[in-house]
Write a protein that binds this ligand. Structure first.
Ligand SMILES: [Zn+2]
Ligand SMILES: [Zn+2]
Length: 212
């Protein structure tokens, strides 16, 4: 799988481009302020992006949606329970003293749909609320292979968990999402978080101070 990660100030939120090395189809995950770097990675790999997938609607994960849509002209997906947050992205910015442009409406909500795909890869969408109501994790696997790579947004970090003090956050719900959804994956499953370095399910199961 082609995988590129970019992060810029002020939030150093990870945006991702992932693609099928055979068909060159791909998706963009959580385009934020680093959207131009993500678009450059798309061009560099000569990928044809088929969808923009959002893990949740906090401002750092969505401020690049408008630009991504302008250039890529593909649908944007979100969990419906985060649409309220998404529609108030300008107000989210005001909370942090940051001017944020309004973003174009969401095209599709994940609910009820089957897995999404790009090239030879499938994306399973797992609802993992707690950090916010509509948080999801994306489990990406290659056709015919069991192993998944997880893109978990701000649900789980290397050595930490997502904050639950923002509107719609709930600690018990978050811990349940991590234990009942993410910890079902095998220990060697690679986890890419919305901030910071990659980790694995096994590493967090063994040593994450919020979970042991
Ligand atoms: Zn967040
Ligand atoms: Zn974030």
């Amino acid at each position: 799988m082609i995988l590129e990660r970019r992060a810029v100030e002020p939030f150093f939120k990870n945006g991702f481009v992932i693609g099928c090395e055979q068909t060159r189809e791909g998706v963009v995950i959580d385009p934020g302020d680093e959207v131009d770097e993500l678009l450059a990675a798309v061009a560099q790999h000569e990928l044809e992006i088929v969808n923009v997938l959002l893990t949740h609607a906090h401002l750092d994960h969505v401020t690049g949606v408008r630009r991504a849509k302008e250039v890529l002209r593909v649908p944007v997906w979100l969990h419906h329970a985060d649409n309220h947050l998404y529609e108030h992205v300008v107000q989210q910015g005001q909370m942090f003293g940051i001017r944020v442009e309004p973003q174009p409406p969401i095209d599709h909500f994940y609910d009820g749909g089957g897995p999404l795909s790009f090239g030879r890869y499938q994306v399973r969408v797992l609802h993992t609320p707690g950090h916010c109501p509509g948080g999801v994790c994306l489990a990406v696997s290659r056709e015919g292979e069991k192993r998944s790579t997880l893109f978990v947004g701000d649900t789980l970090f290397a050595g930490s968990i997502g904050r639950t003090d923002l509107p719609g956050g709930d600690l018990d719900t978050l811990l349940r999402s991590i234990r009942e959804v993410l910890f079902r994956f095998p220990d060697d499953t690679v986890v890419w978080s919305g901030h910071g370095p990659q980790t694995t399910i096994g590493q967090e199961r063994r040593s994450n101070p919020f979970l042991i």
